[in-house]
Write a protein that binds this ligand. Sequence first.
Ligand code: B3K
Ligand code: ZN
Length: 877
Amino acid sequence: MQDTQPNTTYLKDYRVPDYLVDNTDLHFELEAKVTQVRTRLKIRRNPKAGDGLPPLFLDGVDLQLFSVTLDGIALSSTDYQELPQGLSIPVEKPEFVLEIHNSINPEENTSLEGLYLSNKMYCTQCEAEGFRKITFYPDRPDVMSKFTTTIVASKDHPVLLSNGNEIGRGHCEDGRQFVTWEDPFPKPAYLFALVAGNLEHVEDVFTTARGRKVKLQIFTEAKNIGKCDHAMRSLKNAMRWDEEVYGREYDLDIFMVVAVDHFNMGAMENKGLNIFNSACVLASPETATDSAFQRIESIVGHEYFHNWSGNRVTCRDWFQLSLKEGFTVFRDAEFSADLNSRAVKRIEDVTLLRTNQFAEDAGPMAHPIRPDSYMEISNFYTLTVYEKGAEVVRMIHTLLGADGFRKGSDLYFERHDGCAVTCEDFVRAMEDANQVDLTQFRRWYSQAGTPVLDVTDQFDESTGVYRLIVRQSCPVTPEQKDKLPFHIPFAMGLLDSTGSGIALDKAGSTQLVLEITESEQVFEFNGLRERPLPSLLRGFSAPVKVRYDYSLEQLLFLMSHDSDTFNRWDASQRFAFKAMNQLQSAYQEGLSLELSPELIVAYRNILLNKELDPALVAEIMLLPSEHSIAEESVSIDAEAIVAARTFARKSLSCALIDELKERYAELDIERPYSPNAKDIAERRLKNICLEYLCVTESADALDLAQCQFDSAGNMTDSAAALSALINYGNDQYAEQAIHQFYDRWKEDTQVTELWLAQQACSAKRGTLNNIKALMQHPAFELKNPNKVRAVIGGFANRNFQQFHKNDGSGFEFVADQVIALDKLNPQVASRVVIPITRWKKYSGELAGKMKAALLRVSNSGELSKDVYEVVSKSLVN
Ligand code: B3K
Ligand code: ZN
């Protein structure tokens, strides 16, 4: 562990910036080892910061400083102080021009933050605090400036891009060339971007609602130029959608997207120049799965939507991250729901939230969607800030209705355009536009943890009165013991014994949104003839856990009758959880296992129900994952979870073999590939049937997989067949498929990543020895986050069985990787460590072994702030 603990930054300490920067002129001379950066800043004292002229502080990290000039006069090194975190310059006037010359080393920059090289292409990533790795600057989002950028580079890098509009280009005497860009919109430094490379592009035009033509360009290496169509289509859909749903038009004449292989996350919304992880933008039917197509559509949408929710209106400080991220995730989720199947999108999002965000809320790093403090802000780009943040915005939408919400968002954009604001400003705009009081609702921003609703009911036959009694509570989270009651929109309905919805008010509505605000509340419904069956938290109207003691019969009834598709699926999940818990207990007690016959009957009915959307059938057929069972456990018994789930899948596949074959055959139709909702749903169900069939490991089933593998016309089918062969085939066939697939696709980066991930995630194939061997394969690269996520992330996050081996070898492996990665890329290292931080949730020896691995990381010497924060918080008792 390091000697000095990194500083903690607190929201309560926020102060407005002492100085503002009106203009930022940047001049880059790109060279791999020594890139020269010259900066000219027009600076003035912030009138809101009070009197006096405090020293000017500029953030700067890993920079080589050559000179500082103030109003044309060169400063000597005694005129300022160079500190580890930046420059402090005494100032005598309220307005001045500061010029700085420094250099940086993009080639050595493996953190992928600031300016770095990816396959010979220069690119940048500045959010959250990466600009300080480029030059000295007040690197905080509330300093907004107009940027002009000149890039000088050799002919090897013919494409030179930055934000805004191109205003000049030419040749230098030495044969190099330059391009100058000007961004007319003031922006914080985190939205700055630069790209230089030997790139090709596809181009299109979008005509805005007001008839302005916007040039759209997607840049990539020549070999990928055929993989840009889907992203372009998605971009145009997103631009239209934002005009229609939010009345937001694009504001520059050009919108550029660049695909980069080395990237820490999915993509970045830099003004006018979005930079994307190649995996989140490039696709073709032969090389990308349906889920890749859908991911691309939603991420392209997400980054585009940031142009308003994030760029035009940005965050005052990083505690407000959910202001832009929660809102933008909500926007992209609605975009995807409108373009595809709404119910399936909701099910997928809620599954992610319940499995992973709930685990975050219950773990050592739990934080409110607006954290109170951080050591390293990069650690707070979390599912809580993003996905729970989006749920909080969705609750406002539910409370205000679509029209009220739109009034609120219009007011928010109008009031704060061009400003750096807070979550409070967002909520206030929603209140002001609708004359409502969201005082109590604001607790969602400041209290961490997943609230629990304990629901009971009473029916009085003599009076026909039905009562729902709802008690809310919220578990203790780090630094937050006592929580005040939340304001929770609770969508519900009541079903009669025929399965019809009962009218709940005078208008005859069969669904109400109850507003829960107290720790205990009773809701009364009158005039009922019989005891109804409640359908609770429809559409997952709040990010909470609902406990209500449903019987198996009631769950079956909801599965077939609830008018809310989400709740039909949810009933199936509750049902499956119950069955899985029984199996777990039997396993723990050494009894023989038997899968509930009712579950088998229910699944048979679902599988054969042709009226149901195949996408919903597919979602139900997939039993809850090991991770979601773990999240539901008070104390995780990994071995029992694996045993229970494996047994349940085997029992289902044996019992339903004929039905699975029938549906597989019926859905296995040849047709040209299209990533539309209907085809995606059918392929998904077909491939789930294939997988279940292969669980039996029968020769017939494996032949089907082999046949699909040999003849698949798209990557979805091909990858599903590969997965079946890897996980269930005999070793020789599995080996053969793995080699064949690699030989066919080794030139394709995205397919190679998928190939790595499939092996790493496989319970059968992804043994620790094989994982180590994969890391020696030429396709693996420790400096590439996608490869790390595929192999190490795949193993630790998606290979429940091998990662949780009783000898603790999986945890030790992760610890080794964290230690190695921390030297290269702290952001990636601090994500990789997460699976071993939740040791307190485990039962038996696993907890101790996990903690020991974590302690080893902690004692491994100097750690980055990123890893230090996560590890030290996880070791607190
Ligand atoms: N805003 C970026 C995330 C930046 C992460 C920095 N560590 C992508 C997004 O949410 O759109
Ligand atoms: Zn975002």
